[in-house]
Design a binder for this molecule. Structure first.
Ligand SMILES: C[S@@+](CC[C@H](N)C(=O)[O-])C[C@H]1O[C@@H](n2cnc3c(N)ncnc32)[C@H](O)[C@@H]1O
Length: 281
């Protein structure tokens, strides 16, 4: 037998990281969205959360719809042609490059995620329209320098021109010890004036107190795994320090440039997510 090739080593590392014994946020989100890329452990975790907060699938769909509306806004109205989408998720409908390139085929997108399952599916993200570019980087939001210093970033994005930084439903996977505000601020710092930040983040602000209390009790009893950190409006607002909020500012997800009347939208309790888009002056 010959020596292991770099490809063999990479594949081995990948399978080490593809742990099917613990739930992964990307796979669980895919389950809630009705996708096919999840394991029993993810479905179990997803069902445990849904048993306490049955609206979780609605929340996931509304978050995904915000991502689409925000990217379309940036491409169509703000003229953004480069996107850095961190916390990409497993490819599904309306991936960032599809939405942006439907408006402007020359759009360039760098996707970043730290989940090996997303890496496995990255090829599906690399189907750029002719004239545009998509690339994928296996990296972690907790280490912004590993993103900013990556060859993939330099090859895909021109940091002398505005970039749309997309952080949809990812910052809540960073604990306070991970310093999420500092990580986002570092990324924004590296982008030129005229760039945008679009960010969505789970909160418990709109969830009835009895449901929040039940979730807390389930986690404390070890029956539910807490791998997300809901944040308050004030904590959410800190992500946008020094930036100019685009109308309608910081709002619950269903109220950001909605496409259907309020009577057709879920209640705030069913989609307890803060969102905002802001411009770097
Ligand atoms: C709930 S999904 C959101 C997917 C997509 N952004 C959306 O809004 O539809 C969260 C994604 O963030 C990724 N993620 C979680 N923590 C991360 C980290 N520290 N660095 C990079 N990606 C992370 C997960 O692997 C997952 O793919």
């Amino acid at each position: 037998m010959g020596a292991a090739t770099p490809q063999d080593n990479h594949t081995a590392r990948l399978s080490d990281r593809l742990d099917t014994s613990v739930p992964h946020p990307a796979r669980r989100y895919n389950y809630w969205l009705g996708g096919k890329d999840h394991f029993a452990v993810d479905r179990h975790s997803g069902d445990q959360i849904a048993a306490v907060y049955p609206a979780i699938r609605t929340l996931a769909r509304e978050n995904r719809a915000f991502l689409r509306r925000a990217v379309r806004h940036l491409a169509a109205e703000a003229g953004i042609r480069q996107f850095l989408d961190i916390g990409t998720g497993i490819p599904t409908a309306d991936n960032t490059h599809e939405v942006a390139q439907a408006v402007a085929p020359e759009s360039r997108v760098l996707y970043v995620d730290n989940d090996p399952m997303v890496l496995v599916h990255a090829r599906a993200l690399l189907t750029s329209s002719a004239g545009g570019v998509t690339a994928y980087l296996d990296a972690d939001l907790r280490d912004p320098e590993s993103i900013l210093g990556a060859d993939e970033l330099r090859a895909t994005l021109d940091l002398s021109r505005p970039v749309g930084l997309i952080l949809a439903a990812v910052a809540h996977f960073l604990t306070d010890a991970d310093r999420p505000h500092e990580a986002v601020a570092r990324l924004v710092e590296a982008l030129p004036s005229g760039s945008y930040l679009a960010l969505s983040h789970v909160t418990t602000d709109f969830i009835p107190a009895e449901i929040v209390a039940r979730m807390t009790a389930e986690v404390a009893a070890g029956r539910m795994r807490q791998d997300g950190v809901p944040r308050s409006r004030a904590e959410f607002a800190r992500f946008f320090a020094g930036l100019e909020l685009v109308e309608p500012g910081i709002v619950p997800v269903t109220r950001w440039r909605p496409e259907v009347p309020e009577s057709e939208r879920p209640s705030l309790a069913e989609a307890s997510v803060y969102v905002a888009v802001a411009r770097k002056p």
